[in-house]
Design a protein around this ligand. Structure first.
Ligand code: ATP
Length: 439
């Protein structure tokens, strides 16, 4: 089994992530988070929010509607150009993203694609139709009339909910430049071929920042934000520096308005892949809004009186891609007492539970009573604490290792005598005696 399959299997077995609509045979590209998955996901999102918004003086949050006025997506260019190259096999009629079938860019032409002789992943033939542009936005209708006038889209990115609120934030908070607006929330893309577990889904969650700058100083802010992104991944998410690398996207592969884009890539079990993008988007978005809405997006500097449309730097990360990086980094197999063990070495700040408390024996009321006491005590102190009295102690350790609980606390007969408990460490499996009040 590859490591990805091991991770997928662990996620299902232990209630982290299930296929979306599993009971009806699933819905491709959608995933449901179970009790432990949602705990991990929320901790990742909460840590991100604390790091980027709560702990900084130059960042403000918003939470915009998912369904926006469709003019948003005309102005942003998504209606015209948010499309991937779709190609169909003439033999088996399988449909694929052309640029994923070889070393092509998204602008690959039919001639280039055919000349490269790519084989159909379904049937192995090499008989391809014309490449067509496939728009990835999900359409819906707003209100009781279903015609062209009521079309709306599920947002394909959270960014536009930030840009459309730029003026609202400026006019209510009066922030000094440079400053950022942050948002977390769902995004939807009708991906041609969702794949690699939650890496490429049709419904996912983004954490995006639009950082507004004076165009003269964009480089400084870009470099600082990029450094902060690395610090966040390494210090807050526990990822290793050697598994993260910057890909400086060459001009021909960047969006036409972007003067610089760095894709931060992670070493996933499937190989290096984009974890996030940091893009200098100039005044492209605010300029588009001015043109489409007729409203001014000019910012006036309080100190100098200088008036201009700010430029923007966008650090954008997908929650599921980050969660997959965190799981990849945490998943380990080792051997304990001659038996294979699976252990999720999650950083303590992300583990769904900090402690698991249990009585050595379930059928000894005095042990259960004492253990409940310890459990309540730890719950009050740390909140995320779990209780487990199922199976034998070895099985409980095995289960807690798999869900990443850093410490297991076991109450035994000595605990009744001397007020100490066994604390067993997830990573080293070492056991120590600790006084209850020192936990
Ligand atoms: P890719 O090239 O992999 O399709 P992208 O460059 O289109 O990604 P962006 O539009 O820059 O992605 O979106 C910002 C972030 O959102 C990405 O870095 C990624 O973390 C996340 N993301 C984008 N598409 C998906 C998806 N289909 N499933 C999960 N996360 C996604």
């Amino acid at each position: 089994m590859s490591k990805l399959e091991d991770i997928v299997s662990l996620c299902k077995r232990r209630g982290f992530i299930f296929q979306g609509s599993d009971v009806y045979g699933g819905l491709a590209g959608t995933w449901d988070f179970g009790p432990l998955g949602v705990a991990l996901k929320r901790k990742i999102m909460q840590t991100w929010w604390e790091y980027w918004v709560d702990k900084r003086d130059d960042m403000y949050g918003v939470d915009a509607a998912i369904i926006m006025n469709p003019r948003t997506w005309v102005a942003s260019g998504h209606v015209a150009t948010f499309a991937d190259p779709l190609v169909e096999c003439n033999d088996c009629h399988g449909r694929f993203r052309a640029d994923h079938l070889g070393d092509f860019g998204e602008g690959v032409t039919t001639e280039e694609f055919r000349a490269a002789g790519a084989k159909c992943p379904n049937c192995g033939k090499s008989d391809w139709g014309e490449i067509k542009k496939f728009n990835m936005m999900f359409e819906t209708h707003v209100g009781p009339v279903t015609d062209d006038t009521s079309i709306a889209y599920l947002r394909p990115e959270t960014a536009q909910g930030i840009f459309t609120n730029f003026k609202n934030v400026v006019d209510t908070i009066y922030p000094d430049l440079p400053f950022g607006i942050a948002q977390q929330g769902k995004a939807f893309r009708n991906e041609i071929s969702p794949r690699d577990f939650v890496f490429r889904s049709r419904e996912f969650e983004q954490m995006e920042i639009e950082y507004f700058v004076d165009p003269e100083n964009w480089q400084k802010s870009f470099d600082e934000l990029l450094t902060d992104c690395h610090e966040f991944f390494e210090n807050e998410m526990g990822l290793k520096a050697e598994d993260i690398r910057d890909y400086d996207v060459p001009a021909e592969d960047r969006a036409h308005y972007s003067k610089r884009t760095i894709d931060i890539e992670y070493n996933y079990p499937t190989g290096w892949g984009e974890l996030m993008g940091v893009a200098y988007r100039t005044d492209f978005d605010l300029g588009n809004i001015e043109r489409e809405s007729g409203k001014s997006m000019v910012y006036r500097d309080k100190m100098t009186g200088k008036s201009f449309v700010p430029h923007v730097i966008e650090p954008s990360v997908g929650v599921e891609r980050l969660l997959m990086a965190v799981l990849t980094n945490a998943y380990h197999e080792d051997e304990v007492n001659g038996e294979k063990r699976v252990v999720l070495q999650l950083p303590e700040n992300l583990a769904p539970y900090k402690f698991c408390v249990s009585p050595l024996l379930k059928n000894k009321p005095e042990l259960v009573e004492k253990a409940k006491e310890v459990y309540q005590l730890l719950r009050k102190k740390y909140q995320n604490v779990t209780w487990d009295d199922s199976g034998n102690i070895g099985k409980r350790y095995r289960k807690q290792d798999e869900i990443g609980t850093p410490k297991c606390v076991v109450v035994d007969f000595d605990s009744l005598e001397d007020g100490t408990v066994t604390v067993r460490d997830r990573d080293t499996t070492e056991q120590t005696r600790v006084k209850i009040e020192e936990l």
